[in-house]
Design a protein around this ligand. Structure first.
Ligand SMILES: Nc1nc2c(ncn2[C@@H]2O[C@H](COP(=O)(O)OP(=O)(O)OP(=O)(O)O)[C@@H](O)[C@H]2O)c(=O)[nH]1
Ligand SMILES: [Mg+2]
Length: 294
């Protein structure tokens, strides 16, 4: 038996959370086409016959933004490397950016083997295009392995797990096989609501949003939850609510349906929108809203 911990690092939007969800076989981390979707370290456990890997999904490392939230996100990602057995550096095929250099530098600093997952290879029409890209990655860093994958198509995930397995220490499982999620129900509800908001709202608004759950009642067959959506300014509240409450209603319905499918029970979800000026640039507000700076 081998078992170990793997920190999943990379710049925003390369598909880290998609990859962790695909490996773990269920949705532990929210996903959207916008960068900076993940805001917390999120654990997902992969189990195979003689292998257990605990993946730690992290916020995308990035340099160009300077609110306190961005500092928190970068610190939360950087500190995920502490105590892990390997780092999985996720990169997007055909799209190396400056923030990839930043992520690689952090990964290399961990002092453990770094494996590259070359993600989104489904977008490459010709598989030969990958060879020069793999050669280029080899020049950038002495990766322990470079594994082309597609998180959304499920391509080569076992190949990736096998490559990681070689670097997992021998030893007993870290978690019982049934336990696949490290976060509590309130977190799951809040993240689900934030995912729908991030997907449905335009432009800058997702970055001005945070979601918390203020009350939760979990009974057999029924979950009741009150979610509070925090925005920074009154006009943002109007946009989230929408004309006649239409936007918030769509968000609430999508979140409820997703939660009902995930939890296999009925969900009664109420949503409120409140203003907390400048929360994303205020360390005390960030801590109160559940953000962890590592
Ligand atoms: N075509 C394709 N798209 C993918 C793949 N993996 C992820 N995506 C898409 O890429 C976007 C970002 O995915 P996420 O998993 O949220 O990326 P992330 O790296 O976790 O992003 P942050 O949390 O913001 O750092 C989403 O629109 C995904 O559907 C893939 O293998 N192929
Ligand atoms: Mg993510």
């Amino acid at each position: 038996m081998r078992s170990g911990m793997v920190a999943v690092l990379g710049r925003p939007n390369v598909g880290k959370s998609s990859l962790v969800n695909a490996l773990v076989g269920r949705k532990v981390s929210i996903v959207s086409r916008r960068p900076q979707t993940t805001r917390h370290r999120i654990q997902g456990v992969y189990n195979a016959d003689d292998l257990q890997i605990v993946f730690i999904d992290t916020p995308g490392l990035h340099e160009h933004e300077h609110r306190t939230l961005n500092e928190f996100l970068n610190r939360a990602a950087s500190s995920a490397i502490e105590g892990v057995d390997a780092v999985l550096h996720v990169v997007e095929s055909g799209a190396w950016r400056a923030d990839d250099d930043l992520a690689l530098a952090r990964a290399a600093r961990a002092g453990v083997p770094v494996i590259a997952a070359l993600n989104k290879v489904d977008r490459r029409a010709q598989k030969q295009e990958l060879l020069p890209e793999i050669a280029k990655l080899n020049e950038r860093h002495a990766y322990a392995a470079i594994v082309p994958v597609s998180a959304t198509h499920g391509d080569n995930l076992e190949g990736l797990a096998d490559a990681l397995a070689a670097y997992m220490p021998e030893g007993p499982m870290l978690f019982p096989p049934g336990q696949i999620q490290g976060h509590d129900l309130a977190f799951t509800v809040a993240e689900c609501v934030r995912e729908k908001l991030t997907r449905m709202l335009h432009e800058e608004l997702p970055y001005a949003l945070s979601v918390g759950v203020e009350a939760l009642e979990d009974k057999p067959g029924l979950l009741r939850a009150h979610a509070v959506i925090w925005v920074e300014r009154e006009p943002q509240k109007k946009i989230v609510v929408g004309a006649g409450g239409s936007t918030i209603k769509r968000v609430g319905t999508a979140a409820r349906r997703d939660l009902e499918a995930q939890l296999d029970k009925k969900v009664f979800l109420q949503t409120y929108v409140r203003v907390r000026p400048n929360w994303s640039d205020d360390p005390a507000a960030l801590r109160a809203l559940g953000y962890d700076d590592g």
